[in-house]
Write a protein that binds this ligand. Structure first.
Ligand code: PEP
Length: 258
């Protein structure tokens, strides 16, 4: 782990009502709510943002959304804009998650428009990238990640680059219990940082957080977080229960002091 402050972000996906979310937040707040050596962001469904936002008040826990639209307003039934998120005190937004890409057909160009719109509204985008199993087996991991980073970050102003967060999430590891080895993940994270350095310069690239996501659990987190370019985690399944999520936050705290 480097001098970057680690971030542990919980992606609740389509899980938890507002009431259930508040219950979970109470347990998290009691255990790690005043932890300040790492950042923790909860990304509930849109319907729970307001209640979770109220429940984290006075704690060090942050609020993120799982998606947004790039337009500011208009005839986009079912969609949510950056300003709507900002109005609920959301600070982070997941963009280009593999489930958005594979289930809802979202492409790199759409992810890019959302990244630009989120930055314009002072939201921190967590841009997800990662290869399919077939792409890894065909030795195309770096090519896929390069495309997703270059297209996803096209036109990002250098002055805003430090607000970017990248999540490397090998698709074959998401929700499968399979995880990239620390060495495999570090290799891709280092490659991503090289791409960021090409676009924004090495000093800026050194300050951008690159999270790992894909079946990160308490029993594999220490080893992943020990890698130089792994700055935290985007956590799906293990973010839904207080104990596993708290353990992950504690792993990140340990990685800072190691
Ligand atoms: C995710 O969906 O971003 C994710 C990493 O899920 P899981 O931790 O369940 O693999």
């Amino acid at each position: 782990m480097s001098k970057r402050t680690p971030l542990i972000a919980g992606n609740w996906k389509m899980n938890k009502t507002a009431t259930e979310g508040v219950e979970l937040v109470k347990a998290l707040a009691a255990a790690v709510g005043i932890e300040s050596s790492v950042n923790v962001v909860l990304c509930p469904p849109f319907t729970a943002l307001s209640a979770v936002g109220a429940a984290i008040e006075g704690t060090h826990l942050g609020l993120g959304a799982q998606n947004m639209h790039d337009k500011t307003s208009g005839a986009f039934t079912g969609e949510i804009s950056a300003s709507m998120l900002r109005d609920l005190h959301v600070t982070h937004v997941i963009i280009g998650h593999s489930e958005r890409r594979s289930i809802f057909g979202e492409d790199d160009a759409f992810a890019n428009r959302k990244v630009l719109a989120s930055l314009a509204s002072s939201l921190k985008p967590i841009l997800c990238v990662g290869e399919l199993l077939s792409e890894r087996e065909a030795n195309q991991t770096m090519e896929v990640v390069r495309r997703q980073i270059e297209l996803g970050l096209a036109g990002v102003p250098a002055a805003k680059a430090e607000s970017l967060i990248i999540a490397y999430e090998p698709v074959w590891a998401i929700g499968t219990g399979k995880t990239a080895t620390p060495a495999m993940a570090q290799e891709v994270h280092a490659f991503i940082r090289k791409l960021l350095a090409q676009q924004f310069g090495p000093e800026t690239a050194a300050r951008i957080l690159i999270l790992y996501g894909g079946s990160m659990k308490p029993d594999n987190a220490d080893a992943l977080l020990a890698e130089h370019d792994i700055d935290g985690g985007l956590i799906g399944g293990a973010s839904l229960e207080a104990k596993s999520f708290v353990d992950l936050v504690r792993s990140a705290v340990k990685s800072v002091t190691r």
